[in-house]
Design a binder for this molecule. Structure first.
Ligand code: FAD
Length: 516
């Protein structure tokens, strides 16, 4: 064991010297003792956004937390290099956030996909201990076999537990159960110093809070204890259409005010035929809605609320809940559609959209997405700002918009608007735009840069005017990040100095450059 450690340390030293050398000589897998370290791969230098392609010098495929600890202990104890490290989950971020230019990418999917379930008895909680590289779809599949499931989700499930917990993890259940980071009982983290720490709200709470929503800046999540609840058998899934924004948001707020009756609330803007069609792919009801979208100069837009009620067959309450929930809604006449689907199909609905887009070559395209948390008081102004900056007739993709109630623990690292009032409710608006780079009639490099600039202007204006904050965001300069964190900057910098003093982790965000 001693000999293996010495040889691994010597090999890591060679690795670092090679990474520092202008002639990068890692051309083939190297022997780093027990560490599975490879030359760069194309996967490690790309992500869902397809905007940045930063190539690392090497990729670590860890087999255990110990492998990650060994790498980070070595780097944090060596003054030889400026090597950085990024954890990569499923690589579904947008702006190279899981990339490490000339550094090392740790591919979390290589960790053994361990999942251990604990079913609580009467009055006790049920939970799953899962490794950080497990995808939510895998956790769903296994937990359903026990009649259990996590409470809080993201819309798409082919994302890793560590990846979404490093951001927040939000969806239509957030108003009821809080984001995914509010549904975690314990974490195992490898800090930037290489220490392996088990932390929770009662043990090493500061590390626990720092890592949740921490953008991979303080440590790498190798294991998480996720709260589970009884899974419903079916879900009644409802869509209702609106032509008036204020009635649409009023009804959304009505629904989120009755969490005992409703289990999921989202909504989206229907900009054109394409957005109506693509948003209907997974919704298995016949929707008889073909509105007039107006003209290019005078467009008409619509809105759709999507909500769901769980159906626990032994409780048989959903029909009652549904009629109570929808009775007071003021959608367009006859424009409410309802369908019953399995819980699994409901949660996995975006996969169907993915398959459809893949079949026409429109999944692996540029995704200049912009997601913003907007204080409730500013949501109508945000809508106006958005409509000023986009052309409904040519927009490709989806614009999500739905309210989130105040179920956020402000000790975590996630940054939300400071509304300055007692009503901390906010909306999330996701401008999920696709830009096909097809050379014939697609979006060129110049066009992509234009879209990114347009989104930046929206984000800057909404930040300055409405106090909105980017979610899953990107700021091109450290000062942009400083502004993003606002009053929470000192806490961020203090946590970084404590848990990752050499700033080895999370170079993709460009918040604090590596020291030494
Ligand atoms: P990656 O992209 O691999 O990594 C993201 C960040 O987390 C990076 O900074 C990385 O370094 C860090 N990281 C990854 N693993 C770890 C770890 N184990 N420990 C510490 N840091 C780590 N988000 C929502 O909240 N709600 C949604 O409904 C939603 N829907 C989406 C739908 C689609 C189609 C896509 C592509 C994304 C969606 N997202 C959504 C965004 C998604 O949650 C984030 O991009 C998330 O980070 C992706 O997880 P990942 O495993 O791909 O992480």
């Amino acid at each position: 064991m001693e000999v293996a450690m010495v040889s691994t340390r010597a090999s890591l030293l060679i690795l670092i010297l090679s990474l520092c050398s202008p002639y990068k000589f890692i051309q083939s897998p190297m022997d780093f003792g027990p560490l599975n370290l490879l030359p760069t791969t194309t996967t490690a230098s790309s992500d869902f956004g397809r905007i940045l392609f930063h190539s690392p010098a090497a990729v670590l495929r860890p087999q255990s937390s110990g492998d990650i600890s060994m790498l980070l202990s070595f780097l944090s104890g060596s003054s030889l290099s400026k090597v950085t490290v990024a954890a990569r989950g499923a690589g579904h971020s947008i702006h190279g956030l899981a990339q490490a230019l000339d550094g090392i990418v740790v591919e979390m999917r290589s960790l053994p996909a361990e999942m251990e379930f604990h079913r609580g008895g009467e009055g006790q909680v049920s939970y799953a201990d899962v490794s950080g590289g497990v995808m939510w779809i895998e956790l769903l599949e296994q937990s359903l076999k026990l009649g259990l499931a996590p409470r809080s989700w993201t819309d798409y499930l082919y994302l890793t537990v560590g990846g979404t917990l490093s951001n927040a993890g939000i969806s239509g259940q957030t108003f009821k159960h809080g984001p995914q980071i509010s549904n975690v009982l314990q974490l195992e983290v490898v800090t930037g110093r290489g220490e392996i720490v088990k932390c929770s709200p009662s043990k090493d709470a500061d590390l626990f809070n720092a890592v949740l929503g921490g953008l991979g800046q303080f440590g790498i999540i190798t294991r998480a204890r996720i709260l589970l609840q009884e899974a419903p058998q079916k879900v009644t899934w409802v869509r209702a259409f609106y032509d008036d924004f204020s009635i649409f948001t009023r009804d959304q707020e009505l629904l989120v005010s009755i969490p005992d009756l409703v289990d999921y609330v989202e909504g989206f803007i229907v900009l054109n035929e394409q957005s109506l069609h693509s948003s209907s792919i997974a919704f298995p009801a016949t929707v008889d809605f073909s509105p007039d979208f107006g003209t290019k100069n005078s467009p008409k837009i619509y809105y759709c609320i999507e909500f769901a009620v769980h159906d626990y067959q032994h409780k048989n309450t959903n029909v009652h809940h549904l009629s109570q929930g929808s009775r007071q809604m003021r959608h367009m006449v006859s424009q409410l559609y309802s369908v019953e689907v399995s819980y699994f199909d409901f949660l996995n609905r975006v996969r169907m959209e993915e398959m459809s887009l893949r079949s026409v070559g429109l999944w692996e395209v540029h995704h200049p997405w912009l997601n913003m948390f907007v204080p409730k008081a500013g949501v109508a102004d945000f809508r106006d700002l958005l409509m000023d900056k986009i052309s409904p007739d040519s927009f490709e993709g989806l614009i999500l918009i739905y309210p989130l109630r105040d179920r956020w623990d402000t000790n975590t690292s996630v940054v939300i608007p400071d509304s300055g009032s007692t009503d901390r409710a906010m909306y999330v608006v996701g401008i999920l735009r696709s830009a096909n780079p097809d050379p014939e009639d697609g979006c060129s490099h110049h066009c992509l840069q234009e879209l990114l600039l347009r989104h930046r202007r929206i984000a800057d204006t909404a930040g300055a005017r409405l106090g909105a904050k980017q979610y899953l965001g990107h700021h091109p300069t450290p000062s942009g990040w400083h502004q993003h964190f606002g009053q929470r900057w000192e806490q961020f910098a203090e946590r970084k100095a404590r848990f990752d003093p050499l700033r080895i982790l999370g170079p993709g965000q460009g918040i604090l450059p590596r020291t030494q």
